[in-house]
Design a protein around this ligand. Sequence first.
Ligand SMILES: Cc1ncc(COP(=O)(O)O)c(C=O)c1O
Length: 388
Amino acid sequence: MAKISTNSIHGHGHRDGYGSHIPPIYPGVIYEYVDIERGLAVLVDRGNYLRYGREENPTTRALERVIAGLEGTEDSLAFNSGMAAISTALLSYLKPGDRVVLPMELYSSTFALLNNISVKLGVEVVKVWPSAEAVVNSVDGRTSMIFVETITNPTNKVIDVRYICENVDLSKVVFVVDSTFTTPILLRPARYGARLVIHSMTKYFSGHNDVVGGVIAGGGEDVLSLWDWRRMLGGILQPFESYLILRGLKTLEVRFERQSNNAKVVAEYLAEHPRVECVMYPGLSKDPNNSVARKLFERPLFGGVVSFRLRGSYDDVLRFMGGLRLIKRCPSLGGVESMAVIPSKAASMFIDPEHRLLLGITDNLVRLSVGLEDVDDLVEDLSQALNF
Ligand SMILES: Cc1ncc(COP(=O)(O)O)c(C=O)c1O
């Protein structure tokens, strides 16, 4: 299997008569029938016919080949957002009477969707403490799906995906892993037995805060069945966006490495600062998630997201946020620009209030997504903003 960077550059396999190695942007929505009577156009490699833009697109297909190579799966399917990927996966696999086990700390819109699905489809949603052990202990004979994120947002708990694979009978349970925070640089969950691996490509994959996209990687049969759902629900990623993500992926490894290294410096700086109560970053040796992260991740890198609790009131947090000059006050993560957000006032508002309290998502918690700027400039910005 080709290594990550090689795959992210060459894995699309595109060659054409001009000798170009860059997959072109195919804006075409219609493809002429080869078999006029049966309405069949060109057969593409998934076994489907390229005939209409809601079903397949050659640029998107090139991206899907790269991602399957990165995740080590047979295939992948690209969507016009991370949520389109997640909703398609949930709708295609869940049916009335099913039971889903998931950590109580999960991306807000995934929670909102699951809450709605639970009411509309009669699916039981069981929310447990964000740890692999708690997930495994909550699986019973009725459980049909486990859904986890590899690093939880915003408190940065590492979920030991491998432990779940080794301790649950995955022939009976669909194990879905949202691997957005770790990327294939740190973890390839399908290696251990995860059935579907999902990414919000809006984050590290595209990396430049200029595309919304999502993807599901998995086995050929699963992807083919999801393809049918994508066609019905209409969530295919469009060709220009596919091109941008193909381009972004070529630098995924160098970006992720630099962001992780910058984040570690930022976390270490914050951990020593008198105005900071605690730092949550699995790359810190004192962090309770450090040992599981070191065991699970393929490299000693820990991603670009650092959370910390400020010593002080909510007004102090507002003063700190207001004082930032370089770091942008924005949601999202994984892009080249560093960003800061107050989770309790943003995405984490949708985590159950009693769970928020248990998890320590308080009003003085700040989440940073550390970007590619010079780390000295980032530390200087934090330093002056903490001097309120
Ligand atoms: C872990 C995770 N999964 C899924 C999503 C949803 O992705 P998108 O915004 O691309 O729909 C997000 C968005 O922030 C996320 O952080």
